[in-house]
Structure formats: structure tokens, C-alpha cells
Design a protein around this ligand. Sequence first.
Ligand SMILES: *Cc1c(COP(=O)(O)O)cnc(C)c1O
Length: 376
Amino acid sequence: MSKLFQNYKRADLEFVKAEGAYLFDQDGKKYLDFSSGIGVTNLGFHPQIKAALAQQVDAIWHSPNLYQSSLQEEVAEKLIGTYDYLAFFCNSGAEANEAAIKLARKATGKQEIISFIDSFHGRTFGAMSATGQDKIKEGFGDLVPHFSYATYNDLDSVKALVTNETAAVMLELVQGESGVLPAQSDFVKGLAAFCQEKGILLIVDEVQTGMGRTGKLFAFEHYGILPDIVSLAKGLASGVPAGAILGRSQLSSAFSYGSHGSTFGGNKLAMAAASASLDLLKADGFLEAVQEKSQLLMKELKEAMHDKKSVVDIRGLGYMIGIETTGDLPDLVAKARAKGLIILTAGTNVIRLLPPLTITNDQIHQAVSILKNIFD
Ligand SMILES: *Cc1c(COP(=O)(O)O)cnc(C)c1O
């Protein structure tokens, strides 16, 4: 009998080794990973990240935020580039969104935050309160007040919820967990302009869409907008727990000495992995290749699925792809796994693909041929 709470539905196998885009189970069976550990190991199990971690373990693996951290400075610089942002490091997506919510409330002196129906922002009280899905929140009692939920891709529904007490709007540019639904360009641009005009902060939750996942370092770069606050986690440190927010430097007085913190935030192992990950993501031509190859994957998928009765829609942005289906999701995931391909689900009727950004054309062909095989 397991001594673990049974809050996860786990498949009956364990991965004990990994290399690049491949996972190996306890029997030595090899799997092509089209999940990246739920959008985490965005660069696969990469030798440069392994080397950075090994080197950091050798030097020092933890030092509290009472001392300087040149690694945190380095990662912040690589993330921020030429943007006018400052960074705060934490350990997870939910924690990054907590920081975003706290920063927005304190900086504006207002409390109301508008997020979206079917959004997912995490499992802590603040992040859960921001989440627009009842099933995530049931049974946990009173939530954080002053959250309301607009309709995704509907600017009028946001406007209808705005009051003089609105601090921020919180948005995923591709709703990941609820079904891989990309935001429409007009909606995002209109929302950003509206928020700016009204002095409402725009928080973009890039926990899943960030770190190259969509073919840009941040998904907001596809839309020509500049959020006031960006939250990051999943791919940030390629599998070492890490989260972050980037916030406009003019918000800095709200996060003054002692106002917020995290014991583990910006941990040296996490920052070493993040720094190595960012070097790979920012290498010349890397993200351009992600854009090209992800279009190839999308094209091949659409060709392979065009006569499949159980496939309703194929959509996404970059390497964040959803296949909406009338098929049975656990059955599809199990069939793919039996054929050596690891895939994910999203919402109630979507197969989600989040391959490592480093996959080769051969690996794309291989995955598509397995997928073609499993859908009716
Ligand atoms: C996964 C996810 C989160 C939560 O991240 P955790 O690290 O599990 O807390 C928040 N927002 C989005 C968009 C996510 O995909």
C-alpha cells in the first residue's frame, strides 16, 4: 500500500533515466517524450544543463537571499534583455502568480483582479482564486475575495467587470490546462490598450507559454504587447523547481525591503539550470528553428489526421499543440505510451503535445506516425 496521498492518477510505470528527448522506464523501454514533463524540460535532458548542474553542485547548492547572488542577476539579465523589467524568483507557477497578485494589489492600492473562465493559475489560495474553474476550487472553503472571471477572447466581458477598484487583469495567452486555446490577436491587443488607458495592470501568466514554448522566449512577443507583470515557472530551470515574475521597474516600490520573499527562491541549482537553459534558448537561430519545426509538426499532424473521424480540431502556438477529439483521452494516452510516445491531455477532450524544443525532424515524423495510428 502506497504511503502517498492519492491526489494524482499515476500510470503504472516509472521513468528512471533520461537523455535528450528520450525517457527510459525501469525495464529499459525507451519512450519519445512529447510532454516535456508537462512543459518543464523544454530543452530535453540536455548535456549542457546537466553539466551546469554538476558544476554548481560541486561549488555550492544553496545560499539564502541574505547575500548577493550573481547567478540570480545573470538569469534576470538573460530573461529581461532590453525590457524595462525587474525580476523576483520563487519556486513554482502558483508562487509566481501569488507574487504577481501581491505586486499588483500593493502597487495599485486596489484589490480587484479580473481573470478568465477556464483559466488555470495554480493551486495555492491566491492562484486558485484566480483560476476560473470550479472543479479546482471545490471543497476548500472561502477563497481570496475580489476575483471575477471574464469570457476568454471577449473584451466587452472584461469591460463589464471593471470598476474603480480594478487592480489588474490576469491572462494566459494560450489557455493550457483547459484545452490549448490560443488567445486571438485582436482581443489581446485590445485588452492591452484598454488596460493601459484605464491604468489597470496587465498580468500575463506565461508559466506554460514562456521559455520558448511557443517559438518566442515569451508568448507576449507574438502579440506586440508589453505586460506589466509576467509570471514564469515550468520551463524556467528545465526541471529544477523555479518560478519568477518580471514586473515593470516602475512597480519596484511595492516590493520594497521585507515586503515579499521566498526561502528557496532563486536557489543556486535552479539558477544554474535556468542560466544554461537561457543560453540554449537565446543561441542564434534556436527560436527561429522552433518556429519552423513546430509549423512542420502542425502541418504533418493536420495531414495525418485529415480523415480521422474522432479528431475535431488541431490548434496551438509553436510547440504547444492541442488535438481536440471525441476519443477517450486515457485510452489514447495509454495507446501512445504502449507505442513508445508520451503525450498529455488538457481539459476534457484534448490531447496536448508539449515536445522538447530540441526535437529533430525525424522525431517529429516518428511521433506523427504513432499519433496517426492511435486516433480512429
Ligand atoms: C502549470 C501552471 C501553473 C501552476 O504551476 P505550478 O508550478 O504547478 O504551481 C500556473 N499557471 C499556468 C498557466 C500553468 O500552466
